[in-house]
Design a protein around this ligand. Structure first.
Ligand code: URA
Length: 239
């Protein structure tokens, strides 16, 4: 890694403003091992220098990768004139760093939404050529049948094109199922269920995205930073 200014290192990694990073450095809570006196404009190299925050090693993070358990009632965009967006769950410093949702869930859908500042990775994950695999838990007003399994596998005409094969796994309560998609058309799950003898979706939750599983310890509206392994899993999705 090339050398970067210490205040940039701290503001990117801790997702705080440059001004707050400067205050943190001046407060003495940041140390660079082997450098008794540090200044915000000092240069550090992550591969050579050990940077500590309150005594814990921190490593440079250029981009932000977050797993959000999206609650009902919020829309998956960065700003909107009339509706509350998923970005409202985050401190303003995240918006300032360019955090955005990777893909969309409907306002009434809950569950796994990846939020990132990494435009290139999001582009790859959402590219129609290789849309990352996604699994949803769905509850409908009528029971699923084996005919529905066959229809979802075969595909239906949607927006002038056949849908890609979807996997329907009926659960013990047959009004409930897991559905796995490899594309992301508008309202795809709801429209697929409606094509199966007009089932209405009563509850929809996304459980997985691109090999990442929703951390069930997160309540709706809660989020956490993705682990290095989870980021590596997302990167394995080819374009
Ligand atoms: N399919 C839907 O119908 N809604 C979603 O939010 C996601 C997939």
């Amino acid at each position: 890694m090339a050398k970067i200014r210490l205040d940039k290192f701290i503001s990117s990694t801790l997702v705080i403003s440059r001004k707050d990073a400067t205050s943190l450095i001046k407060s003495g809570r940041i140390c660079v091992v082997g450098s008794p006196k540090i200044k915000p404009d000092d240069k550090v190299d992550d591969s050579l220098d050990e940077v500590l925050f309150d005594g814990e090693r921190i490593t440079f993070a250029e981009n932000i990768y977050i797993m959000l358990n999206k609650p009902m009632g919020l829309i998956s965009s960065t700003d909107d004139k009339s509706e509350r967006t998923v970005l409202s769950l985050f401190d303003k410093s995240y918006a300032d760093k360019g955090l955005f949702p990777c893909g969309r869930l409907d306002k009434d859908t809950v569950g796994l939404l990846i939020m990132t500042t990494d435009g290139a990775l999001a582009h790859r994950l959402l590219s129609p050529k290789h849309h990352a695999e996604k699994t949803y838990y769905v509850e409908c007003d009528k029971e699923f049948t084996e005919d529905d399994v066959a229809l979802m596998k075969q595909g239906i005409m949607m927006d002038g094109k056949m849908t890609k094969p979807a996997t329907l796994q009926i659960l013990n309560d047959q009004k409930c199922a897991h559905i796995t998609l490899t594309e992301g058309k508008f309202h795809e799950i709801k429209r697929l269920c409606y094509a199966c003898r007009q089932k209405e979706v009563l509850y929809l939750k996304r459980l997985t995205f691109g090999g990442i599983h929703l951390d069930e310890s997160l309540s709706e509206g809660e989020w956490r930073i993705l682990s290095d392994e989870e980021i590596a899993t997302l990167r394995k999705n080819k374009s």
